[in-house]
Design a protein. Structure first.
Length: 236
């Protein structure tokens, strides 16, 4: 009886092993893919430094590609990305020199790449800040799906690209765009959605509303990628 049980146990184990799904190998990037993404990063630096707003916006995935930072919020879509460049200080100051002072110079910073199921992820250390990127391959070639800038105080407070996006999503459809007039009286898009700031470990935000005004909010993290509004004061 014991021999029969052992044989049955062996056969069952063998069946489980045979029937077990194979572990998928992680995706990889070809040399051509890596070269194309690095060219994309260099194109970003050149377009932004040279104030070429249309060229800059065309580097992103149409409609859904976005740039994000604590100060800028989430600039989603072609028109906002054009407006982002047109509001950059070096692009509107009369004495500005296009291309001056961009991280990594005209070629941009060195980006560390890794393949993902949807495309690729990139990371670049800018010293006092960092880029956290997502790239996807479209019929027109590789494009930026998301570029998020995280500065040192935000990182120290536990923020990254995913956490900033989670905070922005708290506002939902009520969020809008915020414009400021430049020295010539031209209104420029400064922030879309929530302008996040940190004080020590406290994370705060100014949520600009589509209906006008804004909410000054304090956020509390309740889990990875999960936040709630701890307090909010509306300013018309």
């Amino acid at each position: 009886m014991n021999v029969v049980k052992r044989v049955r146990g062996f056969l069952l184990s063998a069946a489980l092993i045979v029937g077990a799904p194979l572990i998928a190998q992680p995706p990889s990037l070809s040399a051509d893919d890596e070269a194309a993404i690095r060219a994309l990063v260099a194109g970003y630096a050149a377009a932004l430094g040279g104030c070429r707003a249309q060229d800059f916006a065309n580097l992103f995935v149409p409609e859904t590609g976005y740039f994000a930072s604590g100060f800028r919020g989430h600039m989603v879509g072609h028109d906002r990305l054009v407006a982002l460049v047109e509001s950059e200080r070096h692009c509107i100051a009369p004495s500005a020199t296009p291309g001056a002072g961009r991280p990594g110079g005209s070629n941009g910073p060195t980006v560390t790449l890794e393949a993902t199921a949807s495309g690729a992820r990139g990371f670049a250390n800018l010293g006092t800040a960092e880029y956290q990127d997502e790239y996807v391959k479209t019929p027109a070639g590789w494009r930026i799906a998301a570029r998020t800038v995280i500065i040192a105080p935000e990182k120290a407070a536990g923020l990254d690209a995913a956490e900033l996006l989670a905070i922005d999503r708290l506002g939902g459809a009520k969020l809008g765009d915020y414009y400021e007039a430049d020295a010539n009286g031209v209104k420029r898009l400064m922030t879309s959605g929530v302008r996040v700031s940190v004080s020590g470990t406290e994370v705060k935000g100014r949520a600009f509303l589509a209906a006008g005004g804004y909410d000054d909010e304090v956020y509390e993290k309740v889990g990875p990628g999960q936040w709630r509004v701890k307090s909010s004061v509306h300013v018309p």
